[in-house]
Design a protein around this ligand. Structure first.
Ligand SMILES: NC(=O)c1ccc[n+]([C@@H]2O[C@H](COP(=O)([O-])OP(=O)(O)OC[C@H]3O[C@@H](n4cnc5c(N)ncnc54)[C@H](OP(=O)(O)O)[C@@H]3O)[C@@H](O)[C@H]2O)c1
Length: 273
């Protein structure tokens, strides 16, 4: 076993949706540092170009290319697939990371907050994956499968609404779809796994993580006592996309500091004290 190259992605081509900010950017940096060519796409094409330029300044062995791409509509997905094909003929790694949320109290949750969130988080993720399958299949081999990593959430694993009802349900759908796709695509040497992150600092969570005091309060409620870091996402990506992930599909990686195993109080404890 060659430990030096266990996490190398030299020569691989990856697409990270929503890769200019938050978790997507953390993943994109790890992939670039591991040697991959990383395509970064989201609605704000300019932001993707700026981040790609920043990643290209790292002096890493990989490189990044940023451009616009919208996974919220069918036309957007089609245009994104066309742009991907302009930049590469092969695709080894697809990270479906783009996502949006909507928060409102029960009783006031708007009807339209369902289609908006489900279109991006579920329909877009699914449609982009199915339309990139020919490229993924072309680069996949039994010894080195193509990799799809879908970003779910611990809110899709555990019953936590937090006012984000359509979001939590969309993330449960992402996790379930990932398992269905893992089953159907294993025969094509494509692995499909999901991340189920807990709290990470990002644009989406800025309302509760924008300063150190807030981050520390959010971290206090996490069993492992902190919010997530770049390395937590980077480590998952290099594991799932490197040689170590070649035999793993249908997994949900609980990168949530233990929130995934939080449950109610011990049943008999109160009675004994
Ligand atoms: N941060 C957390 O605590 C946490 C926890 C669990 C799961 N997640 C998941 O992690 C993923 C990344 O979120 P984040 O927390 O890093 O928040 P973020 O910084 O807001 O990132 C979301 C990204 O998605 C892109 N995006 C949104 N709508 C899009 C569309 N229609 N087409 C293409 N790209 C689109 C955004 O870029 P544009 O605005 O340029 O389109 C942005 O780069 C999401 O799926 C989120 O649900 C986050």
């Amino acid at each position: 076993m060659d430990i030096q190259t266990l996490f190398s992605l030299d020569g691989k081509v990856a697409l990270v949706t929503g890769g200019a900010t938050g978790i997507g950017r953390m993943a994109a940096e790890a992939l670039v540092r591991a040697g991959a060519t990383v395509l970064i796409a989201s609605r704000k094409g300019e932001a993707c170009e700026v981040v790609a330029a920043e990643l290209n300044e790292l002096g890493a062995s990989g490189k990044a290319i940023g451009f616009a791409g919208d996974v919220g509509t069918e036309a957007g997905v089609d245009a994104l697939v066309a742009s991907v094909k302009e930049h590469t003929v092969t695709l080894d790694i697809l990270m479906n990371n783009a996502g949006i949320t909507w928060g409102a109290p029960l009783g006031d949750f708007p009807f339209k907050a369902w289609s908006k969130v489900m279109d991006v988080n579920v329909a877009g993720l699914f449609d982009l994956t199915q339309k990139l399958l020919p490229m993924l299949k072309a680069s996949a081999t039994v010894d080195d499968p193509a990799r799809v990593v879908n970003v779910g959430s611990v809110m899709g694993e555990r019953e936590m609404g937090d006012g984000a009802y359509s979001y939590a349900a969309s993330k449960a759908a992402v996790i379930h779809l990932s398992k269905i796709m893992a089953k159907e695509l294993a025969g094509n040497a494509i692995t499909v796994n999901a991340l189920a992150p807990g709290p990470f600092v990002s644009r989406m969570t800025a309302f509760a993580t924008h300063d150190e005091d807030m981050r520390s309060k959010v971290g206090d409620d996490v069993p492992l006592k902190r919010v997530g870091r770049d390395e937590d996402i980077g480590g998952c990506m290099l594991f799932l996309c490197g040689r170590g992930g070649a035999y793993i599909t249908g997994a949900v990686i609980p990168v949530s500091g233990g929130i995934n195993v939080m449950s109610g109080p011990n049943i008999f404890e109160q009675a004994l004290h």
